[in-house]
Design a protein around this ligand. Structure first.
Ligand code: 0RA
Length: 648
């Protein structure tokens, strides 16, 4: 999960409605420069990284088509980026309709529906060229070199405009494409690529494309180089996801093409309770699943139950294992490659192609069924895990019934310590989840009670990563949150009942505070994910320092800002020695200060939590909250200095 800084007050959806005129084929690239956000999401870090992905995706397409096995990505010291592949090379011959080299057409013409996330938008494999021209349009300069047809061909551009016609610069027996571009600093807010973000993505792509080697070179600063190559493809992926867990058996793998749908899956149970199943369609992580995931789940439940009955592990009188029972402690990757992927929305989070369900179900049933028959002792471990889950779920159901019955009896009473707001329209309401009673007290006094509710959380918040649902539901603080938010939990969760449009986590800016925040994020990630994907979850940013000098008061949210404020006071020769108060906790702020610095929508800053990379988020939570201590220690040590901005 990542957080994006934004000012909630001025926030407007970046995905405005499109008119039909904007979906038509566009000739030039002016449209892209005019509205870059429509093509690459935004002009911040996200969009900047998207530029690299666009070019790399094209190269990966060549790999998927079987023509390329090596991609090399280099960030140069001036922030220009080179992506070199050994694919077929972009065609260079003259195109009939345009009379131009196909290379120039691919690089300078926007193809239909090329807007960000739009229907005709390229996914890995499919409409080539759409992405690269967008990158070209948004680059200060770009140089492309193609090796094919026995020659080497070059063309350069400035802000998408060719500087000369495609040139043949020499003979070359090889094949491939090399693109070097410098993102336009008049369009992007920053050119500061994140090594981690890019490396994570390249690792994922390498996992999903067996045999593809992606080398990543960062020439900035001290420089580093890393190559991703996984002979085992998604089997390696599943091993990697389970590396901090204790697996119950070797990974189970299957692959086959069914009626044009290429299906691949790998799964491995571990001794935890968490479900970590990731689905991909044409290398896109479909975070909301879809037909491939439905097919996978159906096969899993069906195959395990059939086997359990046959093997006598389930008696005639026993009920079947439920879907949920079969997914406890399951780590899996399901990846499909299809020609015409249909997604539910522009964000490509959910796959819709109906034929995919049966294809996946067939492949998984066959491979899993065979594994169970050939490995009876592993099979027994898997079934027994499901049986334990079933028993625990029965206990949880009773606990949940109790919670529901209780709240029904009490007429859905809100938790006693909730200080609710007077406004009833959820759209306008927000709730602050505040650590500790004293901070809760300040928040209650400081808030605008018309639209801000406060729920103080005292005591320990349960680590849901390590607890079963029944235990979770008996936890006072978690129950208070569930009731206050109004959406319920588990199968009957209903986001339309959300009582607050914004849920803001407000904890101290110290290590304890960050721990509590991580516990809360873990709960929301595992049990209320739609709250995050719907953009409702935020993290408050209380100041670290209060600086007073003469009649002036300033707040600093970082050490750097503190220094800047002090330097500014000195420069302006403000009278009197500045006094610096370091806030150790929210409780040290009086209600007015808390309102002004952290709660007033007109002056505060909040971070929106989103699941930019669900795989990374899953790993982070498992690592931070799971059982195995060493990786966690390593992570906390590595991040000890910026634990305040822990990016989970
Ligand atoms: C259009 C058509 C073909 C390949 C490509 C574009 C292509 C684009 C990029 C971008 C980076 N690397 C790339 N490699 C290939 C098909 C070529 C053919 O049919 O020979």
């Amino acid at each position: 999960m990542a957080t994006k800084q934004e000012d909630v007050v001025t926030r407007k959806s970046s995905r405005a409605a499109y008119g039909a005129e904007e979906i038509q084929v566009l000739e030039g690239l002016e449209a892209v420069r005019k509205r870059p956000g429509m093509y690459i999401g935004n002009t911040g870090l996200y969009g900047l990284h998207h530029m690299v992905y666009e070019v790399v995706d094209n190269a990966v397409d060549e790999a998927l088509a079987g023509y390329c096995d090596t991609i090399r990505v280099t960030i140069h010291p001036d922030s220009s980026v080179t992506v070199a592949d050994n694919g077929r090379g972009i065609p260079v011959g003259i195109q009939q309709q345009t009379g131009k080299s196909a290379l120039e057409v691919v690089m300078t013409m926007l193809h239909a529906g090329g807007k960000f996330g739009g229907g005709g938008y390229k996914v890995s494999s499919g409409l080539h060229g759409v992405g690269v021209s967008v990158v070209n349009a948004l680059s200060k300069w770009l140089r492309v070199e193609v090796r094919r047809d026995g020659g080497r061909f070059v063309q350069e551009y400035e802000r998408g405009k060719p500087l000369y016609e495609v040139r043949r610069v020499g003979d070359d027996p090889g094949h491939g494409t090399t693109v070097t571009f410098l993102a336009d600093e008049t369009i992007f807010e920053t050119l500061d690529y994140s090594y981690e973000t890019l490396a994570q993505r390249f690792r994922e792509m390498a996992y999903l494309t067996k045999g593809l080697k992606i080398t990543f070179v960062d020439e900035r600063g001290a420089g580093r180089e890393y190559s991703f190559y996984f002979e085992g493809g998604i089997v390696s992926f599943v091993r990697h996801l389970n590396k901090t867990r204790t697996p119950l058996h070797p990974p189970i793998y299957g692959e086959r093409q069914v009626n044009g749908t290429h299906v691949e899956f790998a799964l491995q149970y571990n001794d935890s309770f968490a479900e970590s199943v990731f689905s991909f369609a044409n290398n896109i992580n479909t975070v909301d699943g879809g037909t491939h995931l439905t097919g996978f789940r159906a096969a899993l439940t069906d195959t395990l139950n059939k086997y359990a009955r046959k093997a006598g592990l389930l008696k005639d009188s026993d009920p079947n294992l439920s879907g949920e029972d079969t997914r406890e402690g399951l780590t899996a990757v399901v990846s499909v490659k299809i020609h015409d992927p249909q997604f539910e929305s522009q964000t490509k989070n959910k796959l819709n192609n109906s034929e995919v369900k049966n294809a996946v179900q067939t492949v998984v049933s066959e491979a899993l069924g065979q594994f169970l028959i050939e490995n009876p002792s592993d099979a027994r471990k898997i079934i027994e895990k499901g049986l334990v889950a079933a028993r625990a779920r029965e206990a949880a159901r009773k606990a949940r019934d109790l919670v529901i019955r209780k709240s029904a009896l009490e007429g859905m009473t809100l938790p006693g310590k909730l200080a609710d707001c007077t406004e009833k329209d959820p759209e306008r309401c927000e709730i602050y989840l505040v650590e500790g009673d004293s901070a809760g007290g300040s928040a209650k006094q400081g808030r605008d009670r018309r639209f801000q509710a406060v729920l103080p959380l005292r005591g320990k918040i349960l680590n849901v990563e390590r607890a079963r649902e029944d235990k979770m539901l008996s936890n006072e603080e978690i129950r208070a949150m569930i009731t206050a938010l109004g959406v319920g939990i588990g199968e009957h969760q209903d986001m339309s009942k959300l009582r607050y449009n914004r849920v803001v986590i407000m904890t101290d800016a110290d290590v304890d505070g960050s721990h509590i925040r991580t516990l809360l994020l873990t709960f929301f990630y595992r049990h209320m994910q739609p709250l995050i994907t719907g953009g409702h979850l935020f993290i408050a940013q209380p100041p670290l320092y209060r600086i007073t000098a003469g009649k002036e008061t300033h707040y600093a949210y970082s050490d750097r800002q503190r220094d800047e404020i002090l330097a500014d006071l000195q420069k302006r020769k403000v009278k009197g020695e500045p006094s610096i108060q370091r806030y150790k906790g929210l409780g040290e702020m009086n209600p007015d200060q808390l309102w002004e610095t952290t709660m007033n929508p007109a002056t505060r800053t909040v971070l929106r939590v989103d699941i930019e990379d669900a795989v990374a988020a899953d790993e982070t939570f498992e690592m931070l909250m799971g059982d195995q201590v060493p990786p966690r220690k390593r992570f906390i040590q590595a991040h000890a200095r910026n634990v305040r901005n822990l990016d989970v």
